[in-house]
Design a protein. Structure first.
Length: 303
């Protein structure tokens, strides 16, 4: 089984800790899939600054392949945040830097590469909407994170994404159960094969044309303190999707209800474990400390 994260990467700067962490929705899903024991890769654009080198080193340390990534002249994506009582609070970002400003376009070579995967993931933070038809034609299952902002719930936006997605994720912690069901049904009506709504401590809901399945969250038992919730939604998605593929989910082979129920439990377990990880997947370093290895210097000098 092979999983590809396609699109965004970013450095998350915790101002209260004075620490930078590697991350990004597409990167995180690839890293979490690798931690679940499957082969994983990331495909995207890195900035040529020191933060870009930090990101590449950190992702590579997770045994996530980056063979077809591109380094462009420009700044890396940077978000700033802090943690209040275990919950992350975003303070701002630079728009994603060159990764979002000049994203990869899928030519014949990259499309052939993508076709070697079982599952490819992207998100609203990647500006990859225009590549979704090519992703869908290339063969793998396609999943897409629609985040929580209202602009990504608009019918016009859903119509750009849902017809090409086997699974869409919507963050719904601000909605009640009825509103979540209605939103997921709308995504399926507009073309998504399956829609997943995560609701934080209220659990999650998965919906297809045939059924809707609700599952509780796995709550901390108090044995150890929460670190923060960074990456929990991405971890849930990775756990859910990997579980389904292991149960036989594939293009034109929709999962049965029992597989969805099991996948919701597996997703909840993955999100629970993520609560005890600093940043998205560790690898934190003090803000401002360079961490460019001789390996990446040599690679960059050859470009």
């Amino acid at each position: 089984m092979k999983v590809l994260g396609f699109g965004d990467n970013i450095v998350d700067r915790f101002v209260d800790r004075g620490i930078d962490y590697p991350g990004g929705n597409s990167v995180n899903v690839a890293v979490y899939a690798r931690r679940l024991g499957v082969e994983a890769a990331y495909l995207g654009v890195f900035g040529d600054d020191e933060l870009g080198c930090f990101l590449r080193e950190s992702i590579g340390a997770q045994n996530v392949a980056m063979d077809h990534c591109v380094v462009r002249a420009g700044e890396s994506g940077l978000s700033t945040l802090r943690v209040d009582d275990g919950e992350r609070v975003f303070l701002g970002w630079n728009g994603g830097g060159v990764t979002v400003r000049e994203p990869l376009l899928l030519d014949a070579e990259l499309t052939a590469y993508v076709s070697s995967f079982d599952l490819v993931h992207s998100s609203v933070y990647s500006r990859s909407e225009g590549e979704l038809p090519a992703l869908a034609r290339s063969g793998p299952l396609v999943m897409f994170d629609l985040s929580s902002e209202d602009e990504y719930r608009a019918p016009s936006y859903l119509d750009r994404v849902c017809p090409y997605a086997d699974l869409v994720l919507l963050s719904c912690s601000h909605l009640d159960e009825a509103a979540t069901h209605a939103l997921l049904a709308e995504a399926v009506h507009r073309g998504a094969t399956m829609a997943l709504g995560t609701r934080g401590v209220e659990g999650a809901i998965a919906r297809t044309e045939r059924c809707g399945v609700t599952a509780p969250a796995r709550e901390p038992d108090g044995a150890k303190p929460l670190v923060d919730t960074m990456g929990c939604g991405d971890a849930f998605l990775a756990g859910f999707a990997v579980s389904l593929v292991r149960e036989g989910w594939a293009a034109h082979t929709p999962p049965h209800r029992e597989a969805i129920e099991r996948a919701l439990r597996d997703g909840a377990d993955a999100a629970y474990e993520q609560c005890f990880v600093e940043g998205a997947f560790g690898h934190g370093r003090p803000v401002g400390r360079p961490a460019v290895s001789s390996m990446w210097r040599a690679i960059d000098q050859e470009k």
